[in-house]
Design a protein around this ligand. Structure first.
Ligand SMILES: Nc1nc2c(ncn2[C@@H]2O[C@H](COP(=O)(O)OP(=O)(O)OP(=O)(O)O)[C@@H](O)[C@H]2O)c(=O)[nH]1
Ligand SMILES: [Zn+2]
Length: 378
């Protein structure tokens, strides 16, 4: 397995070279174990690694800490380099730097928190799986589009389970989704019958990382199984002693596919929630925003306000009422998000410090971190 098979490219190489970290090698993070990470290096070697205190210090927020999909400069322990010690026994393999992300797929942390959490870094294509039946929801799709746009990745929508619905229904649903976004590709598929999946090959080119999102039960696992084909048998190759598949979790979280492309799949991605900001909201509703500039009052709430250009457009049929409602709701949501964000910032900062101090298991780094937390401590 070469670095390129894992998604390495010229930009990453340049960033890596400019660090001049002579003792480091490039590695891609494939798993976040809370205390440590799983990392792959050239040749597909997997190591357990921790971040240095410096990496921790330089991260201004949780979102800037290394995450699954990130490329890092990794300094392997002497023992690991010589292949003497079981690679996962000792955690002396140290992340010295995180390379700048080319894309960043993030979400709101589950629960009430408003912290941003990176679900996968350096993913180029996000496949949103839905169907033309019970799961069909253009408003939810708009949210997904915002999330994907914000990440910098390309959005691809699959109207899956096409075998269950009449052709016209699938096509109508696809057309409606196409209208919501100029950038997204929309395809009709049946994962179960392996129908229409060949379109995915155009995205699964060497070095391109792809991930799947969508409601529970829309067919993501079925799709993954189809994409993996024979390779999926990996995970059933269970080691009797450890109970783990021979390729363990690697086979689940970052899978270089035979025909090219890298599939990134983890539970965090599966339960993706909307995380957004005001700017993205505005970008997604440029047409509605343009109308808003014609409202009579500067602080128009676009409800029953006199001279509201948006409401006028809805009444005259120029603006889809659903889109209008969606615009109002999203606005509200972001307002609440910002309020919660303010309240929780203090708490989350403290918690992040505690959590990530655990990550810096190197003693010297720990002492530095402790000193910083307790200035009176010697
Ligand atoms: N008829 C039909 N059924 C499908 C299709 N794709 C998946 N299914 C079925 O839908 C059910 C759910 O599929 P999964 O692949 O487990 O769905 P998922 O999106 O991975 O669900 P989570 O793991 O909960 O996120 C299974 O019974 C599949 O066999 C399809 O294209 N057509
Ligand atoms: Zn208005």
């Amino acid at each position: 397995m070469t670095l390129h098979d894992l998604g390495w490219n010229k930009k990453f190489q340049k960033a890596f070279d400019s660090l001049s970290l002579k003792r480091c090698v490039p590695a891609r993070l494939i798993r976040d174990n809370k205390i440590s990470y799983g990392a792959l290096t050239e040749g597909g070697e997997e190591y357990e690694v921790v971040m240095s205190g410096k990496v921790y210090h330089e991260a201004a927020s949780d979102a800037e800490l290394p995450a699954v999909g990130d490329w890092v400069a990794l300094e392997l322990s002497k023992a690991a380099k010589e292949g003497k010690v079981e690679k996962t026994d000792e955690c002396e393999n140290m992340i010295r730097a995180r390379l700048p992300r080319q894309t960043c797929f993030s979400r709101k942390t589950p629960g009430k928190s408003t912290e941003e959490q990176v679900i996968a870094a350096n993913v180029s294509v996000v496949v949103i799986v839905t169907d033309a039946g019970p799961d069909f929801n253009p408003r939810r799709m708009e949210r997904y589009f915002m999330l994907v746009r914000r990440s910098g990745a390309k959005a691809v929508v699959l109207m899956n389970k096409s075998d269950l619905f009449p052709r016209e229904q699938n096509e109508e649903a696809a057309a409606m989704i196409r209208e919501l976004s100029d950038e997204a590709d929309v395809h009709i598929t049946s994962a179960k019958e392996n129908d229409g999946l060949e379109v995915l090959q155009q995205y699964l080119t060497p070095g391109v990382s792809v991930t799947l999102v969508g409601s529970s039960g829309v067919g993501k696992s079925t799709l993954v199984n189809q994409l993996l084909g024979e390779e999926f048998q990996w995970t059933s190759d269970v080691n009797e002693l450890t109970g783990k598949g021979r390729h363990t979790t690697t086979a689940r979280e970052l899978i270089p596919l035979q025909g090219g492309g890298i599939l990134i799949d983890n539970p965090g991605i599966r339960e993706v929630q909307m995380w957004t900001d005001e700017q993205t909201l505005r970008e997604s509703f440029l047409d509605v925003e343009a109308l808003a500039s014609h409202c009579k009052f500067h602080d128009c709430k676009h409800g029953n306000d006199a001279g509201c250009a948006i409401r006028t457009a809805v009444e005259s049929g120029d603006l889809d009422p659903g889109r209008y409602e969606s615009y109002l709701k999203l606005d509200e949501e972001i307002e609440k998000l910002e309020q919660r964000q303010k309240k929780r910032r203090m708490i989350s900062e403290r918690r992040a410090k505690r959590d990530h101090r655990v990550k810096a298991r190197n003693l010297a780094d720990r002492i530095e971190l402790e000193k910083e937390d307790r200035p009176d401590w010697r």
